[in-house]
Ligand binder design. Sequence first.
Ligand code: HEM
Length: 422
Amino acid sequence: MNTVTKTEAGRCPFAGHAGGGPERSAAVASVAHLWRDQPVIDWIDRWAAGPKPDGSALARLITVHVREIGKHFLSVPILTRLSEIRRQHGPRDAFLDAFLHSILDKYEGRYYNRSYLALPLIERIVEDPDSGLDPERMSVLLMADIVRHETTASSPDRPDAPTLRKRVTHALRFVASCVESGDDLEGLAERLPAPPANAAGDWFGMTVQPVYVAHDEYFFIRCLQAHEMVYTTLAADLRAATKAVRAGSFAAAITHLRHADTVFARAAMLFRLVATMRADHFHAFREFTQGASAIQSEQYKRFEIACGTPAAARLHSDAFTNVPAVRADALAGHDNLSDAYLDARRHGTFNAQQWDAIDGCLARLEAGHQRWKATHHSLARRMLGDAAGSGYTTGVPYLQKCLDNRLFWRLGEAYLAGSKVG
Ligand code: HEM
């Protein structure tokens, strides 16, 4: 097994600057860095002076550079140029604007989960009318890309062959759960789904911006991006099921809930993938991810509030103060499945058989969520031990407390306790 060796990039020019931001320009670049960066700077200057600058060409160049040195180590002359380019060209090129949002996050002191994962760019690609994508299809592309990356990258710190096989197999299983492939994983690896062959699809390759140069950070970022896509899909399913219950449509409600059940199984697959990472490989890049944590994941909490308004203790804890927009929505009293369910029970909207089917789906979602949290907790304990979380919580003790939380806590005892989970 290879170990991660700290390259030159490991000597952080900004070490000691907790908040980041343009004030970091006080750091003096070494001669070696000037030598390394000059061709990139010249290229950017030529690009900016060109008659019709092409945003994706610039993004491709910056992506190659970031993968060589890590985003945390971009030099100030490059960052100031990119900042100015975003100001000038961002308003006419939404893809370039979204790309630079993530590239400049540390420099501008606003680094967090969303920018670490390049979510503005991923969302821009999904929302493009020509992409033919939705969050679920995007999650498949992200997993397919892990297979491609792990089977072609030649980094010295890639995992040993058995670990690699395991990782690729888990990624393929995720892909197989979304496309018609039978059990033929090998065959599936030969015909992996690819990004659309158009302008939106061109940007897919620019959606991984690692902070460091560790091999495992690439697949870790892809897993967290897939997590966002999975929970975006789940939140949409729960909102659609709520509407269907309100409309008294059993068929539509059960379709959305069963779909959510299938998608939830994929959320668990992501942990099997991440569990193929060694703790020391994780810590090699974690040093530079402080401030970005999935506790800031809006989609995870949007799914939660679509299930029901969280109990007051959770709503006022770190879990929700880290996602202020979602917390505000929950406090504003938006509709959710628990409210719709209780109203429908009062009005006798469905017959006993229909309630059994709905309760079974909700009980399975609850049980799946509990298993998801328990697996996450053990993974974090193995990787972190006693260390605090990168979202500044106590780490494992915070996750332990999350285990007590329930999605459908208002329905639990009265309706779901006797349901078959299957
Ligand atoms: C090396 C692996 C991982 C470790 C050590 C880890 C650790 C943690 C810690 C300590 C927290 C608490 C917040 C903080 O202070 O940062 C957290 C929150 C969270 N993590 Fe992870 N995590 C890992 C992987 C993942 C993965 C792969 C996912 C998704 C697929 C994920 C999703 C989440 C979510 C959604 C939260 C917020 C939970 C809540 O607020 O209820 N984590 N993680």
